[in-house]
Each structure stands twice: as C-alpha cells, then as structure tokens.
Design a protein around this ligand. Structure first.
Ligand code: HEC
Length: 167
C-alpha cells in the first residue's frame, strides 16, 4: 500500500502530458442541470414540495461540506455536520388519509429514515476515527439522497429502499 499510492499519483501525472494551464472540460460535459422544475414531479403535491425544497437547500449545503470533510478525513467537522443532518426536522408520516402527507409516497418516509440512520452512523464512525467506516456511511447517505430524488423524478428501476451492500 505504501508503494501503491505514489505509483498511482505518478501514473496520473504521466496521463496528463502538457497540462500547463487549467484543463478544459471534455467536449459534451456540461454543469449539472436541475430537473426538479421540469421532471414529472407528479409524485408529490405542490404544497409539500415547497416545504421539502426549503429543507433540501440545507441538505445541499451540508452534503457539499460533508463531502470535503470526508475526503480530507476531518473527523471533527464531519461529526458536527452528520449530527446536524441526523437531527434536522422530519416530515411526519400521515395520521389520516386527508393529511397533506398522505399524498406523499410511503417510500419517501422510509428514505428519510435511511438518511437519518446513515448520518448517525457517520457521526459514530467519525467519533471512532474509522476512515473505512466513514466511507461506507457516506455511501449510505448518498444512496438515500439519490434514491429519494429518483423516486420523485423517475420511476425507479430498482427498489429505492434497498441499500447497497456496505460491508
Ligand atoms: C426522503 C426524500 C429525499 C431525501 C432523502 C433527499 N431529498 Fe433532496 N429532494 C427531495 C425532493 C422531493 C426534492 C424536490 C423538491 C421540489 O419539488 O423542488 C428534492 C430536491 C433537492 C434539491 C434541489 C432543491 C431545489 O431548490 O430545487 C437539492 C439540492 C437536494 N434535494 C439535496 C439533497 C441532498 C444533498 C440529500 C441527502 C443529504 C437529499 N436531498 C435527500 C427529496 C429528498
């Protein structure tokens, strides 16, 4: 392992000859475009959507900060961000059929729980300074974000509630 890392860096350098200035994006590569305003979006009513959207702005910022804290193995920061994410307010499961939340697909609430579980796990792994555990927990968090977005924007092709094997 000690030898493999410098060798990998070396091959990266060799693969980028003449790379003097900021590299240009490969042709056809565009900045990410949001589909949330144009997707079918049919699965969730407008009023619930605007509440969800507010929450999502915070999640977006957290995820960005979390990515860098995880990549740099900054355990203190990732623990604080993960704890924030885990304790953010949740949408309540519907109590009756005329409840606004009754029109939200049940998988939404499951994925919301999965996200919380992943965030708690990440906070724990960060406390133990366990890098591999952090990587698995971060994967689980990302899975919950993307699976729920897919539930909303697409007809998911695989069960959105099934988490990939992490260990
Ligand atoms: C339980 C479901 C669910 C989970 C989990 C989830 N999202 Fe979302 N997210 C949504 C829905 C639904 C929308 C679309 C809201 C709308 O209609 O604009 C959305 C939209 C967004 C948006 C776009 C907001 C906008 O202004 O258009 C961002 C950014 C976002 N989510 C980030 C995240 C991140 C990061 C995570 C994980 C940490 C995450 N989401 C987890 C359901 C979820």
């Amino acid at each position: 392992m000690k030898v493999a890392i410098p060798a990998a860096w070396l091959s990266l350098l060799l693969l980028a000859p003449g790379c003097k200035s900021t590299p240009e994006a490969p042709p056809g590569r565009q900045p990410a475009a949001s589909r949330f305003d144009q997707g079918p979006g049919a699965h969730i009513p407008e009023l619930a959507r605007s509440l969800i959207r507010e929450r999502m702005h915070l999640h977006g910022d957290d995820m960005n900060d979390l990515l860098w804290a995880v990549l740099f193995l900054d355990y203190d920061s990732m623990k604080a961000i993960a704890e924030d994410l885990a304790s953010s307010p949740k949408f309540a499961r519907p109590i009756s059929n005329d409840d606004l939340n009754a029109s939200i697909p049940p998988a939404f609430f499951e994925l919301q729980d999965q996200l919380t579980a992943g965030a708690k796990r990440l906070a724990e792994e960060a406390s133990n300074k366990d890098g591999a555990g952090v990587a698995a927990a971060f994967a689980s968090i990302s899975q919950s974000c993307v699976a729920c977005h897919s539930l909303y924007l697409d007809e998911p092709k695989t069960d959105p509630l099934v988490q990939p094997e992490l260990e």
